[in-house]
Design a protein around this ligand. Structure first.
Ligand SMILES: [Ca+2]
Length: 330
């Protein structure tokens, strides 16, 4: 039967075309194998800006990525760990360990009301009191290079590099970090929060000799805001995890009801999740640039800096927003 089909194909389109089709199909299968799920660690300051919550849910809904560990960064460890643990529980992902990172335990943030009655001890998964060590161990023991997705100030990553500098060449660093040609809201370059919040840590993390460094600076991540029908689709969704996201957004935005939410805040951190996917990032312009980090926290193009892949412009921002919605509602 297959032989007969092939004979007909050869007659209709010629032998070379059939060979091309077969080769392309085989390449397709090979590519699927090559692009097996990427093991990732998420290092997050969840609980300050709300975009980390969006990013974590996007990550959990991304079959391209295999989440091995979530660590907190920039203090408020217990508050942040509670948010992560409660979200993982609702998503049915208590297989993912939570690591309490560097920067101290004190303080809470805008999502406190959502976790104030949650006991971290009730988390069915593992909670690492020393999240920095858990991050080091995960990178050192992984059979394939881990991608470390950094969506907060680099307090935890810098502490890991200080204890074990040998982790850098074993891992790919993907960060929502910096401001290269544009600042907030497409305006002039300014120090970006994750860098500014802990400049020495940002210098250590961004200039470390990672296997590869990929960043989305404000130039691209600072432009994501879901409005109109795009936002309404999410706000009115009955999907349990999307409803959880909207409830957190409502608490954070200090609204009485979810209906009062009319658009998202800027969803900076989601772009780092997209950048961690394997393969070409067709929606973005990626440039290979040498980036430095000044004492004032400016990430400038500097020949003495570190070579990295930088998402400098959107090719299709609308398509990214559609993709993000699809992923969140999965
Ligand atoms: Ca963040």
């Amino acid at each position: 039967m297959i032989g007969k089909i092939l004979k007909i194909m050869v007659r209709k389109i010629g032998f070379l075309s059939v060979v091309t089709i077969c080769t392309v199909s085989l390449m397709g299968f090979a590519a699927d194998n090559v692009t097996a799920r990427v093991p990732v660690i998420l290092d997050t300051d969840i609980g300050d800006d709300i975009d980390d919550t969006w990013a974590l849910i996007m990550l959990l809904n991304s079959p391209e990525l295999d989440l091995k560990l979530v660590t907190t960064t920039y203090g408020k460890t217990e508050y942040r760990a509670k948010l992560i643990a409660k979200l993982l529980t609702i998503a049915g992902r208590t297989d993912v360990p939570v690591g309490m990172g560097a920067g101290g335990n004190k303080g809470v943030g805008g999502q406190e009301a959502w976790v104030k009655d949650y006991d971290l001890k009730s988390y069915a998964g593992k909670v690492h009191e020393d999240g920095v060590q858990a991050l080091i161990n995960e990178i050192n023991t992984s059979s394939q290079p881990i991608t470390l997705i950094s969506i907060g100030p680099s307090t935890t990553v810098a502490e890991a590099l200080k204890r074990h500098p040998e982790i850098a060449p074993k891992a790919v660093f993907v960060g929502m970090q910096g401001s290269v040609r544009k600042g907030y809201n497409g305006r002039a370059v300014s120090p970006e929060w994750n860098v500014k919040a802990n400049i020495p840590a940002a210098q250590k993390a961004l200039l470390a000799p990672w296997k590869q460094t990929i960043i989305t600076p404000l130039d691209t991540c600072g432009l994501i805001r879901l409005k109109g029908d795009r936002f309404k689709t999410l706000r009115d969704s009955q999907n349990v995890i999307v409803k959880t996201l909207m409830e957190n957004y409502r608490i954070w935005a200090k609204k009485a009801t979810v209906d009062e939410l009319k658009e998202s805040s800027v969803l900076f951190d989601t772009v780092a999740i997209y950048l961690a996917y394997p393969g070409t990032k067709s929606l973005l312009t990626m440039e290979e640039l040498s980036i430095g980090v000044t004492e004032k926290g400016i990430t400038n193009i500097d020949p003495a800096g570190m070579k990295m892949s930088v998402a400098t412009e959107w090719k299709d921002l609308g398509e990214y927003e559609n993709f993000l919605i699809k992923r969140l509602m999965k």
